[in-house]
Design a binder for this molecule. Structure first.
Ligand SMILES: [Mg+2]
Length: 123
């Protein structure tokens, strides 16, 4: 079975590079964007299984990008990866809004993120 297609949206270039360096050699089709608006464009074109997304970005932030992605057909699964922490309030809100999962940055285990991506793509 083909591996899930991924679009990663994050304004931190080092983080985006790390994701690409992990997933691309493992056979995943991954495209990246450093701004929400560009990310949405790529998602419309590519129709990925999963979107990995930062929360705090200049321009359109992750919250708003999630809203737009949820209104798309087909709608990709969205996994947040963010350092933002307000005691779980935002996490709970994003999950209620339809985010598939939420990971803290820095990522403790890329393997765990990979497993979540594969699970999300199946469901
Ligand atoms: Mg950010």
């Amino acid at each position: 079975m083909a591996k899930p297609t991924i679009v990663a949206i994050d304004d931190e270039i080092e983080f985006i590079d790390m994701l690409q360096n992990y997933f691309a050699p493992r056979g995943y089709d991954i495209e990246v964007a450093v701004r929400g608006a560009k990310g949405i464009e790529i998602v419309k074109e590519k129709k990925p299984d999963v979107v990995l997304m930062d929360l705090k970005m200049p321009g359109i932030d992750g919250d708003e990008v999630l809203r737009l992605l949820k209104s798309m057909e087909p709608s990709p699964k969205v996994i947040f990866v963010t350092a933002y922490d307000d005691g779980g309030k935002t996490k709970a809100r994003l999950l209620r809004m339809g985010a598939y999962a939420y990971f803290d940055k820095p990522i403790a285990s890329l393997k765990e993120l990979e497993e979540a991506i594969n699970k999300a793509a199946k469901g």
